[in-house]
Design a protein around this ligand. Structure first.
Ligand SMILES: [Fe+2]
Ligand SMILES: [Fe+2]
Length: 161
């Protein structure tokens, strides 16, 4: 669980780096989309953090790895994003298996939220990946897609308890 907190924080860090990359190439809409993505990953980390605290465990924060600084193209960013989310899904699935084998049903239930979330994460990453592949290097297509990407906004979660 502590390792997964680190993965979620790394995800936030990586998406923030992708956001900076998009800013550096003048794609403000994509940059904003990635910034929202980074905020969501921080929430994922906190969800795990809060669960550990609620169950009387000890949160152990670890060093966050340095994310890449450059990507070869906007398409490459989404190729990597999709791969990254698939990797995270596999890690979540491993945690679910572990919770099951340890008969920790509370954790297994909590993790179900992540299982559902990963379906959305993979779907949105692959959706953008497909769109950006379709547009390719067409300037006006990129322009329109960038505008569309900029529409995503961050919605803070409702107080659950
Ligand atoms: Fe996440
Ligand atoms: Fe994610």
């Amino acid at each position: 669980m502590n390792k997964q907190i680190n993965w979620e924080l790394y995800s936030a860090y990586m998406y923030l780096s992708m956001s900076a990359y998009f800013n550096s190439i003048g794609m403000a809409g994509f940059a904003s989309w990635m910034r929202v993505q980074a905020q969501e990953e921080q929430l994922h980390a906190m969800k795990l953090f809060d669960h550990i605290v609620a169950r009387g465990g000890r949160v152990h924060l670890m060093e966050i790895a340095q994310p890449p600084l450059e990507w070869s193209s906007p398409t490459n960013v989404f190729e990597e994003t999709y791969k990254h989310e698939q990797k995270v899904t596999a890690l979540i699935n491993d945690l679910v298996s572990l919770a099951k084998s340890e008969e920790d049903y509370a954790t297994k239930n909590m993790l179900q939220w992540f299982v559902d979330e990963q379906v959305e994460e993979e779907e949105s990453a692959s959706e953008v990946f497909e769109k950006i592949k379709l547009v390719g290097t067409d300037g006006s297509g990129i322009y329109i897609l960038d505008k569309e990407m900029g529409l995503r906004s961050f919605t803070p979660p409702k107080k659950a308890e």
